[in-house]
Design a protein around this ligand. Structure first.
Ligand SMILES: Nc1ncnc2c1ncn2[C@@H]1O[C@H](COP(=O)(O)OP(=O)(O)OP(=O)(O)O)[C@@H](O)[C@H]1O
Ligand code: NI
Length: 307
């Protein structure tokens, strides 16, 4: 059994455009993804592809005007709103993309200590601060006294001491020193090796490949592919979806070939495959229906032409 199962998740926002007219923004569409204990799943994809909203849906912290359908299961049972409240910050922990999640009125050492569940909280907090090169006077500071990088290291520390079963880290490392990034990535691997399930949302595919087991590629609010990390090599020949291949080839360290066109607007999604308008492999059939997610070569893909 997977520790976390997201099935057919759709999220939309309604926008009133004068009078009684409404526009629907489909920001997540039929998204399916699973997380296993002991594994790191990296989630990559363009900006605005729905990565943070997926994290917020799992934690139960979507904005109140978001409409949601589909199911999210944790340890085999549906994650209802009541269960989300009970496990949030304890069994399932978020490293948020924004440092504004720190409590502005609480000293940062105390904030980190609140997520230690057992043993000596002060010791655990000091140990993790040391690991992230936060000096001993930092624990008595308030968030406004921290630099951006220090605030990020504090957010990371909070998750790392939590002994959670699931950690969802939403872009945890931007603005951090390269040595600290390496430390954080090692730390995620260590937690996963001890049985934690980690979802690492990142733009840094190169770093993700060093520690992740699988990579989920997002496009326009859905998963187009889930592939073992070993499939990311060469010019992407082992990858399954045309978008994953294009994303891989667009990296500066690879061919640096940009993908033509742009991600569709959430208020005007194409009726068939969401990538079809930009896809060189697209046929008439691709424009007719949304392809289902299917198993292919030890991974998953949402493309009728993938082999
Ligand atoms: N409260 C909201 N109301 C309306 N639209 C929203 C809201 N929050 C997010 N969106 C839209 O949902 C889409 C997905 O946003 P999300 O933040 O999940 O993207 P992301 O993949 O995390 O991007 P990034 O890589 O830039 O962090 C975007 O088009 C965004 O504009
Ligand atoms: Ni985001």
């Amino acid at each position: 059994m997977s520790i976390l199962e997201v099935e057919d998740l759709s999220i939309s926002f309604k926008q009133y455009t004068g009078g009684l007219k409404q526009k629907h923004h489909h920001v997540i569409t039929d998204l399916t993804v699973t997380l296993e204990a002991g594994e790191i799943l990296a989630v990559v994809g363009a900006s605005g592809s729905g990565k943070s909203l997926l994290a917020h849906a799992i934690l139960g912290i979507l904005p109140s005007n978001a409409g949601m359908s589909g199911t999210i299961k944790y340890a085999g049972d549906e994650l209802t709103a009541a269960r989300q409240r009970a496990v949030r910050g304890k069994e399932i922990v978020l490293v948020p993309q924004s440092v504004n999640y720190l409590d502005p009125l609480m000293r940062v050492g105390a904030q980190v200590r609140t997520s230690v569940k057992q043993g000596d909280a002060i010791r655990a907090q000091r140990k993790v601060f040391q690991r992230y090169h936060l000096k001993s006077d930092v624990e008595n500071m308030y968030p406004f006294q921290l630099s951006g990088g220090m605030a990020r290291r504090t957010l990371l520390s909070t998750a790392m001491v939590s002994e959670a079963n699931v950690i969802i880290a939403d872009e945890p490392t931007p603005g951090m020193d390269p040595a600290v990034i390496v430390e954080a990535l090692h730390h995620f691997r260590e937690l996963a090796d001890n049985g934690c399930a980690v979802m690492l949302i990142t733009h840094d595919i190169e770093s993700a490949l060093k520690i992740a087991d699988k990579i989920a590629v997002f496009y326009a609010g859905t998963t187009v592919e889930v592939a073992p990390v070993d499939d990311f090599f060469g010019n992407g020949e082992a990858l399954r979806h045309p978008y994953s291949k294009a994303l891989w080839r667009a990296l500066p360290q690879n061919d640096f070939i940009p993908i033509r066109g742009s991600q569709p607007d959430p208020s005007a999604l194409p009726s068939g495959c969401l990538f079809a308008p930009r896809c060189e492999k697209a046929t008439l059939e691709c424009g007719q229906a949304r392809p289902e997610m299917r198993n292919l070569r030890n991974g998953m893909v949402r493309c009728i032409h993938a082999t």
